[in-house]
Design a protein around this ligand. Structure first.
Ligand SMILES: Cc1cc2nc3c(=O)[nH]c(=O)nc-3n(C[C@H](O)[C@H](O)[C@H](O)COP(=O)(O)OP(=O)(O)OC[C@H]3O[C@@H](n4cnc5c(N)ncnc54)[C@H](O)[C@@H]3O)c2cc1C
Ligand code: FES
Length: 282
């Protein structure tokens, strides 16, 4: 069933930009916060970390974006990388501008099913959005339900790291071991230096207790999975978020499928064991 009060899943809910902020020093990444114009839409919009929205701008088009806010937050937050027509138009938006939002769509990280385990959260680049949502949500209300929690997050440069306010908070939070890394040395950078898969190799985890969540560029995911398998972690315990071109977001148009799987509906989050036997295009 479509998860909102609106019976037509193609009809966007009207929403307003409440806040904007450039996230990266090169201004290619912009974060926007939205509120729904109608109270009943706000009440009906319930999501879990890992899900995405379709954001539309009249006359420009519609694109999917992972939800970066925690489900406990009042406003919906996304971070947008400027790449083409729609994302360029989103970068022009300012406080008070109106947009359409459909969703939430897709599955979520199987958070509640994993209570009692350790968590290894791994991310790179601006794909950190949904895992930032998950980490915030976990620390807000579920920290005591998990054992050790490790987070590896990498970006090309210190200036490209998202959500520096949250990272600062988490660095001082004893509930989480934060491993921040950038690709090469930078003046003033005191964190780790190296690619995400190499840092993942260096983090000690108990393969019998840990579940892993990965979201990042395809190359990072491809190189990270073998590092986790080398640690003795089984493919059932590694979850990764896939990204495909999408249109409808609800499993109808056939734009996003990999073999028999619809990334928008069956995913975007899959166990690595589920991906075996699929065409290697992901
Ligand atoms: C589930 C999901 C979640 C996403 N979350 C985010 C997010 O949080 N932040 C964000 O910035 N982007 C996210 N994306 C990607 C985003 O949807 C695309 O960048 C956007 O649709 C591009 O639209 P455009 O009109 O600006 O670019 P276009 O003019 O359509 O394309 C510009 C360039 O981007 C490439 N591109 C377009 N869509 C995708 C895609 N889905 N995957 C890879 N390359 C693509 C095109 O091949 C082309 O090279 C997500 C995509 C999916 C499927
Ligand atoms: S985007 Fe239409 S089927 Fe997935």
């Amino acid at each position: 069933m479509y998860p909102n009060s609106n019976p037509n899943p193609y009809l966007p809910f009207p929403a307003r930009v409440e806040r904007v902020r450039f996230e990266s020093d090169d201004r290619s990444l912009k974060t926007l916060w939205f509120s729904f114009l109608k109270e009943k839409d706000r009440e009906a919009f319930s999501f879990k970390p890992g899900q995405f929205i379709e954001l539309s701008l009249p006359g420009k088009g519609e694109s999917p974006f992972g939800i970066a806010s925690s489900p406990n937050e009042e406003l919906i937050k996304i971070t947008v990388n400027k790449t083409g027509t729609v994302t360029r138009a989103i970068h022009q938006l300012d406080t008070g501008d109106l947009v359409g939002i459909r969703g939430p769509f897709g599955n979520s990280y199987p958070f509640e099913d994993l209570f009692g385990s350790d968590l290894f959260i791994i991310s790179g680049g601006f794909a950190f959005t949904t895992l930032a949502s998950l980490t915030k949500y976990l620390l807000e209300g579920f920290r005591d339900r998990f054992g050790k929690v490790d987070l590896v997050y990498g970006a090309r440069t210190p200036g490209m790291l998202l959500y520096k306010d949250l990272l600062h908070e988490w660095r001082n939070n004893p509930g989480i071991n934060l491993f921040l890394t950038v690709d090469r040395e930078f003046p003033g950078w005191t964190g780790l230096v190296g690619f995400v898969p190499d840092i993942v190799s260096r983090v000690e985890v108990d393969p019998s207790k840990v579940n892993c969540f990965i979201c990042g560029p395809p190359i990072m995911i491809r190189l990270t999975i073998p590092k986790l398998l080398e640690k003795g972690i089984s493919k059932e315990k590694i979850f990764t978020s896939l990204e495909r071109r999408m249109k409808c977001g609800i499993g109808k148009c056939g734009r996003c499928n990999i073999g028999p799987k619809f990334v928008c509906k069956d995913g975007p989050i899959f166990r690595v064991s589920e991906l075996e036997g699929l065409p290697p295009e992901y």
